[in-house]
Design a protein around this ligand. Structure first.
Ligand code: SAH
Length: 225
């Protein structure tokens, strides 16, 4: 059998976006709307997800399922990635901090949507791989650092938006500090078994409001003492 070519991947990518459309329509009650942001869907249609998964899994990259990327970690199912990006409400002029780069797929999506992306990854091998893939595809707006993302990246703070792609019991205090007033953070919040996709708003006076969406399951945000 021949390997898949770019034309095949483009068709599967369209199917992925259509599946996300069905998924969000079915969850209209939980989400408070029936469709995700058009800009987010356009970015999902563009970013070659098959180049951000381990090569042997390229043929299943566009299925609406999480995929293993090594070191006991997974990348999220496309619907959840799309939903998190939608909840982040990224604007073109903004700077976003991502915690948990993985192989860089979500960082590439963000780079399609905002001006500047900083991403922190605790596993050096992932950071190196992500860096390589993003460079090869021309995503120069993304900068990656190896470290414990629960401490954020103070040098470039404050951020308009913060996306955390691993689960935490509460919003890490350093990240709240590095978020702009009026900014928002999206994270899976809760213990090992069950988490809720949560949006944390930091008000103009520095107060915090929390809005919970749907149940999710993520690997944990590891903290280094
Ligand atoms: N955002 C990626 C998915 C990453 S999976 C994508 O959508 O493609 C979650 C990632 O968080 C893993 O790569 C894991 O190594 C990383 N991680 C876990 N704890 C972390 C921490 N404290 N700081 C930075 N990264 C962390």
């Amino acid at each position: 059998m021949k390997p898949m070519n770019e034309k095949h991947f483009a068709i599967l990518r369209r199917h992925m976006v259509e599946t996300i459309g069905i998924h969000s329509d079915l969850m209209a009650d939980e989400l408070g709307k029936a469709a995700l942001d058009e800009r987010v869907l356009a970015a999902m249609l563009k970013v070659p997800r098959h180049l951000f998964v381990p090569a042997p899994l390229a043929h299943v990259a566009y299925e609406d399922a999480p995929l293993p990327i090594g070191f006991n970690k997974t990348i999220s199912q496309p619907f959840i990635t799309a939903l998190m990006t939608d909840l982040l409400a990224p604007e073109p002029h903004e700077t976003v901090l991502e915690i948990g780069t993985g192989l860089g797929y979500h960082a590439a999506l963000l780079a399609e949507l905002v001006d500047r992306v900083y991403s922190v990854e605790i596993v050096e091998e992932f950071a190196n791989e992500a860096e390589l893939r993003l460079r090869q595809l021309g995503y120069h707006a993304v900068e990656i650092r190896v470290g414990d993302g629960s401490r954020g990246w103070a040098e470039h703070a404050p951020y308009d938006k913060i996306l955390v792609t691993a689960a935490a019991n509460e919003p890490p205090p350093a990240l709240l500090r590095q978020l702009k007033q009026g900014g928002r953070m999206v994270l899976p919040m809760g213990g090992d078994e069950a988490q809720v996709l949560t949006v944390v708003h930091k008000d103009a006076d520095g107060g915090v409001r929390v809005r919970e969406f749907i149940p999710v399951r993520f690997t944990r945000l590891e903290t280094v003492i």
